[in-house]
Design a protein. Structure first.
Length: 252
């Protein structure tokens, strides 16, 4: 596939993602996952906002590095870790638990939070313009998007009741909360890939003003996770409202 960035610089990562959001770096948890990984590991990079660009797998985000495209956050973080020799220096047991946690958030928690996002018409209405949907079409596109995403969630094996969906999410968040404990990061003093996955998913809900049931679950049961994502936002995304206690939004 022909790369999009023809005048690329050696060892600079070009991150293609959706356009910025007024409250958080990106509405996509996977775009935030990759941008956080780049920032936390001081990898030279340039963010390219392009709602229409797609990888060979048909998705955003993707990166271009040294004339090569790498798609899917799972493979992006792995390849970058190899290329830039990123070491975590944690035990095999800890590494194993964090690998499992990463996949739980990338797959299951992502699905569950999508369920709560699309249940909220306000969330969908506020989100769609950020991915290029014209505002005049929202009366039609909001219910259509809700139906489409809900159908996809059911087809992926999550054809559960509201109560059952909440039970699963609470159990997953409880596992993350227990693993984190009072540590600064899931990787200890240094961020791991799991940190990027967890932050991306939770920040994509918590810092957004369009209320969902997931907001209430986080506030009621998981204060250490809230403290954690607020701390990560303040350290790595201080120029955004999410890193400034959400005091104001950014105008684009």
């Amino acid at each position: 596939m022909k790369i999009l960035k023809e005048d690329w610089e050696k060892d600079v990562v070009y991150l293609y993602q959706f356009k910025r959001n007024p409250y958080i770096p990106n509405l996509s948890p996977f775009c935030m996952k990759i941008e956080l990984f780049l920032r936390a590991n001081n990898i030279p990079h340039q963010v390219i906002e392009n709602n229409k660009a797609r990888s060979t797998k048909g998705l955003l985000p993707f990166i271009e590095l040294n004339g090569k495209q790498i798609a899917d956050s799972e493979f992006i973080t792995y390849e970058l870790s190899q290329i830039f020799n990123i070491q975590n220096n944690i035990s095999p047991e800890k590494s194993g638990s964090l690998r499992a946690l990463t996949r739980v958030f990338d797959v299951e928690v992502s699905t569950l939070l999508s369920y709560y996002k699309v249940k909220s018409a306000a969330f969908v209405r506020g989100s769609l313009p950020g991915v290029g949907i014209p505002k005049f079409s929202l009366p039609i596109t909001v219910p259509l998007a809700q139906w489409f995403v809900k159908r996809g969630i059911k087809k992926s094996g999550y054809n559960h009741s509201d109560s059952e969906m909440k039970q699963i999410l609470v159990r997953d968040l409880k596992a993350a909360s227990d693993i984190l404990g009072s540590d600064k990061f899931f990787g200890g003093e240094k961020m791991a890939v799991a940190d990027c996955a967890v932050f991306g998913q939770l920040a994509s809900v918590y810092f957004i003003p369009w209320e969902t049931e997931a907001h209430g679950i986080l506030r009621t049961d998981f204060p250490n996770l809230i403290k954690y994502i607020e701390n990560v936002a303040a350290i790595y995304f201080s120029e955004f409202p999410c890193g400034q206690n959400g005091k104001k939004k950014i105008e684009f």
